[in-house]
Write a protein that binds this ligand. Sequence first.
Ligand code: SAH
Length: 431
Amino acid sequence: MCLTIPAKVIAIDNPMPDFPVAKITVEDSKGARELKSLWLPELKVGDWVLYAYDTAVRRVSEEDAREILELLEPKKHIDISRLDTGFVEVLKSHTAGTLSRDGIVRLLKTEDPVETETLFAEANTVRQAALKDFFCIHGIVEFSNHCVRECHYCGLRKGAAGVARYRMTPDEIVSTVEDAVRKRGYKLIVLQSGDDFHYTDETLVDIIRRIKKSSKVFIFMSVGERSLECYRKMKAAGASGSLFRFETSNRELYNSVHPGQSYEKRMKLLKGMKELGYYIASGFLVGLPGQTVEDIAEDILMMKEMKVNMASVGPFIPCVSTPLSAHPAGSAELSLKAIAILRLLMPKAKIPVTTALETIESEEGRRLGLSSGANSLMFNLTPERYRGEYRIYPNKYHGNAEVWEKYGLFNEELSYRMLEKKMFEAFEVAK
Ligand code: SAH
């Protein structure tokens, strides 16, 4: 669903009092803006409304408005007077489309807190300019933790001991999604699993068909390396997107942490998905062993070159029963910098705050992500009894969805249409 943003009404311009849609002017920390307003009887100047994109949809108390504003406002004041001019030049080069690989490395490498904050603030400004305040809330259902792969970082790898493996039945998957759409207002849901061939192509296709028949929701599949033919069939059944990270653009590094898999094969499949017309959600891990800042700069440039629609970046988190259990976690700050740079390079992309970032930083991770260029959140909808077992890494953050859901736009049609419009725009940009 779309996240609604609070603002205070400073003028109401409604020449026809009986006309259901009014024009209003609201004010928030960024100044005044004009909105369309749905029929909000007795709306007065001085009231607070929630808006999404360019439409005010609900009246709220000032107290409620302040709660969400708290979560969205960047807190730090930046003193830019002492910034290095070289840094400012690099930072601003995105406006001319000339942010280079060396420039990206410069931004990633900075350890100066003022420079870092300035990078985040610039990304936040670019997000606002490109997307207004269009934030999305998505859900993820982790339907199976069985996996045939041996990825060195992942706690669900085939050889990992001590994992209670589960599989949700197609009925369970369908009803979990239906509930999330009907009772909680979700409009975009990711179905994720390990690479689990117990589910045949036909089973996955059938699950997608059933969901699309009963619910107005976008479905993103995150089921790993299956045949391109399987992806073709899932798309034809109604899947819109594919969440499939390339994990790292460094071929040797990729091959060293994915025994039995190949970088070429994964990239070929990703390109195939794009050609099939999938909305592509892809990205990389920060903090893999031996990964350099230069590698991350390449990862970022590759996302831009591939014109991914959703850019998903998160820190590696060590997990027991994996070859990387003793390897230190990836840096949250470096992940945030990568998010911010992606926003500079891809102003209209959807950039989620990943669960891994939230796991390291908890609720603060959300706020930091959203004020550093990210514009969407992913909530866990996996049924409680399975949730703890989907342990790709330990202590996965399942923070309070409630406060965010409370401000989500529930109006079925409006929310779906807004998302559709945004996704369509993203496809246009990505062409
Ligand atoms: N089988 C699917 C889904 C994999 S899990 C596929 O291959 O695409 C989803 C993502 O979780 C992975 O792409 C990986 O980037 C991330 N992940 C796995 N283990 C992780 C860990 N220990 N720390 C952080 N992220 C991890």
